[in-house]
Ligand binder design. Structure first.
Ligand code: PEP
Ligand code: MG
Length: 750
């Protein structure tokens, strides 16, 4: 290989493969491999450094350096030339290593006599495993060909490591995916879960990194690429979303799939001795390494596209579909880069938890996870690279933390936490049939929020008095086309059946903003949260609104019906929406359908403007429900989806609480029933304050009903009101400290 020819390269790879096939311990194999490489490349030194932990590399085998330094010489990530290669994921090729910036002399290795240095990363699909180094006495720069050849060798080493070829001896030789890893992400849905990893898209395992017949491999690759192109074309012709996002992604796929450079690079790797699969994976590794360095979101998305495409190609080549035939482990925790709401719903309640690399609090998947009460952690970067099917995993949705392959102490502490939560659940279950009545005799009605049929069993279990908010958009989000009227009527009717006479408040379709229907042409709006959403869409495109109202009227089958319009910003919008409903009632009557015994028509108060609507609005509305999530974001001008600002303003901020109190007063003037259905209603201290300032109806996630009820039953609401009044009068920024202080004086926990 000194001359860098392809046949030399192939010979070396074949010898590596044979080494892998021979029996022997991991260390022996590594030693033989360093000899082989040094020999084939005609250099005096070949060394393999592997990660001992995330930050430390260890010399694990060498030909040429002093044998005593093996498993002794270590360096930090970024330290010395080896550390730099590991950190950057890029080769370093220098004729004069000691003169290089950052060179660190390791006396125990005896490397001072070597001048030429070539180090390449050993990495697989973005996962860094170590560094492969060759050195020589002569001052020479390695040729591009030699660099390339060593990279191909490193790639095969990475594959071998993945297959466990160097396992079983010494800590530094531990196989990848065995040590504990902690991921700090964000909270998508609270709750804790212990279980085993179930990868939404299982990793493709390449068992044959080296191939004997490059021509046959090139033929296989070309056939697979042709199949891939065809499948992308078919997808494109089936996608009829105009200029939608799906179309754009598919166009990008097509561009990559037809890219000559992509295919040519892979063919070149095959000529060097790699199998078709290994060549695809090498390309994919390069893409992933680039992904880490690219800050531009658009470019990152395109690189993700390329990564997805490589995955598809690998599946075609290996025949390993998304369905691997592997059985889902016990207590499955779904791990994915991202997932659509429909797919998540298909897994349903059998999942103990969900961990996503991407996702956002308001994403559809998060909405579904919340509806199913499955703990969800988002932004767990690189977890799909690290996790293997079946790995032990702990999901802490409260803190947004994930422990993969935890050690025993972490797992034990985690179990204690789950046990405490389970005890609390038992206590809450005991309160199920009792009212949320405070010690001073005020009763607060606690309702639950829902959006899927899957939510409804919680109605019995949680002790909710009814459904204070049924988010109808979820039924639209989990489908790939607008549901039919009869289908919706069937669903709504089953919801009412399950409610067994309890009140269910159906909120009409709230789409737009973060909730984009997959089959709806996405609007390119600069600020979608303040854009064309919810009732604005309904009033502009009345077809779907009217269809939904008809479905609701039919679903009632004579039973009472409560309909609520979302995001009403002014009185006239309410009048218009209400008129649609009244007209539909008329029309249904004329068609001879049974009409609901009574129809209540309410509005969600989610924009500050509606709080200042004319008195006539409050007289006309049969009820008002405060959508605190939206109301708060507009009150503070702080995007609820933006991690940087969404927690910046306290919900118990004096100004916000005073504003809510004003809404309570306005509703009291006209006797309009008022409830609160944002997330804050489910937080015990917030719920307590809302009740103290006069709210008598709160709607929340079913799991919050127990904790909220427990707190309300233990306190004097009138005293709490006094505490809040005093805090407001004192000019405090937030009433929270005063309320917490008061609670602690009553022996209450925070
Ligand atoms: C709200 O805004 O508080 C609300 C309940 O609606 P959503 O969270 O669905 O926007
Ligand atoms: Mg809202």
């Amino acid at each position: 290989m000194a001359d860098g020819t392809d046949s030399d390269s192939r010979r070396l790879l074949r010898r590596l493969r044979d080494t892998l096939a021979e029996t022997g311990k991991g260390q022996e194999r590594l030693d033989r491999i360093t000899q082989l490489i040094a020999d084939s490349m005609g250099c005096e030194v070949c060394s393999i450094y592997l990660f001992r932990d995330e930050q430390t590399l260890e010399l694990c085998a060498t030909e040429g350096l002093k044998a005593e330094s093996v498993h002794k010489t270590r360096m930090k990530l970024g330290e010395g030339l080896v550390g730099r290669v590991a950190k950057s994921g890029a080769a370093i090729n220098t004729a004069d290593a000691p003169a290089e910036k950052g060179f660190r002399y390791m006396p125990e290795t005896g490397e001072e006599i070597y001048s030429a240095f070539l180090g390449v990363p050993i990495q697989r699909l973005g996962e860094k495993l170590g560094v492969l180094v060759v050195q020589a006495r002569t001052r020479r720069q390695y040729s591009d060909d030699e660099v390339y050849a060593l990279e191909v060798v490193a790639m095969v080493l990475a594959e071998m490591a993945e297959l466990g070829a160097f396992t079983g001896e010494g800590e530094a030789l531990a196989a990848p995916h065995q040590h504990p890893v902690l991921f700090r992400g964000g909270t998508g849905q609270e709750g804790s879960a212990e279980g085993h990893v179930w990868l939404h898209e299982p990793r493709v395992v390449v068992t044959n990194p080296v191939a004997d017949d490059p021509h046959a491999e090139c033929d296989r690759l070309r056939a697979a690429v042709a199949e891939l192109r065809l499948s992308v074309d078919t997808l494109l012709s089936e996608a009829d979303t105009g200029d939608g996002e799906q179309q754009q992604v598919l166009e990008a796929y097509r561009m990559f799939a037809n890219s000559r450079g992509w295919l040519a690079r892979m063919e070149e790797d095959i000529l060097r001795g790699l199998s078709a699969e290994a060549a695809v994976e090498k390309e994919q590794s390069t893409t992933r390494a680039r992904l880490d360095q690219v800050p531009d979101p658009y470019l990152r998305e395109r690189l993700h596209d390329l990564d997805d495409l490589s995955n598809r190609l690998l599946r075609i080549l290996t025949g390993q579909g998304a369905e691997t035939g592997a059985a889902m482990p016990e207590d499955p925790v779904l791990v994915a880069r991202n997932i659509g709401p429909g797919e998540l719903l298909e897994y349903g309640r059998k999942l103990k938890g969900v961990v996503l690399e991407e996702g956002s609090v308001g994403s559809h998947a998060a909405v579904v996870a919340r509806a199913l009460a499955i703990p969800l952690v988002i932004h767990a970067e690189r977890i799909t690279t690290e996790a293997l099917n079946g790995d032990h995993i702990l999901v802490d949705g409260d803190q947004g933390v994930v422990h993969l392959r935890p050690d025993d102490t972490v797992a034990a502490a985690f179990r204690d936490k789950i046990a405490m939560q389970a005890k609390a659940m038992e206590r809450y279950a005991g309160l199920r049939l009792l009212p949320a009545r405070s010690l001073c005799g005020t009763t607060v009605a606690l309702h639950m929020n829902a959006g899927l049929m899957a939510d409804l069993p919680s109605l019995e279990g949680s002790g909710a008095e009814g459904v204070g908010l049924f988010r109808t958009e979820l039924q639209f989000l989990i489908r790939n086309q607008v549901p039919k009227r009869a289908e919706l009527a069937g669903i709504y009717s089953r919801v009412l059946d399950a409610a067994k006479g309890r009140r269910v408040v159906f909120r009409t379709l709230d789409i737009g903003s973060d909730k984009v229907l997959p089959y709806m042409k996405p609007q390119d709006e600069p600020n979608p949260a303040m854009g064309w959403r919810a009732i604005r869409v309904g009033l502009d495109k009345t077809g779907v609104l009217r269809m939904q109202l008809q479905a609701l009227l039919r679903a009632a089958k004579g039973r009472p019906l409560s309909v609520m319009f979302p995001f009403v910003a002014q009185f006239s919008e309410f009048i218009e929406a209400r008129d649609h409903l009244l007209r539909e009632i008329d029309r249904e009557g004329q068609l001879g359908h049974v009409l609901p015994e009574r129809v209540e028509i309410g509005a969600m108060l989610e924009t500050p403007s509606l709080a200042f609507a004319p008195k006539a609005f409050f007289e006309m509305a049969d009820f008002v429900s405060i959508g605190g999530n939206d109301l708060k974001q507009f009150f503070f001008a702080a995007d609820r989806e933006n991690e940087r600002v969404r927690r910046r303003y306290d919900s118990l901020d004096a100004s916000f609480l005073s504003f809510i109190r004003r809404i309570v007063e306005r509703c009291a003037e006209t006797g309009t029933p008022l409830s609160f259905c944002g997330e804050d209603a489910g937080r015990p201290i917030e719920a307590l304050c809302l009740a103290a300032i006069g709210l008598r109806s709160l709607s929340m996630r079913p799991a919050s009903i127990g904790p909220v009820k427990t707190l309300i039953r233990r306190i004097h609401l009138d005293e709490a009101r006094g505490v809040i009044d005093a805090a407001l009068a004192s000019g405090a920024q937030s009433v929270r400290p005063a309320v917490i202080d008061w609670l602690s004086r009553q022996g209450e926990e925070r």
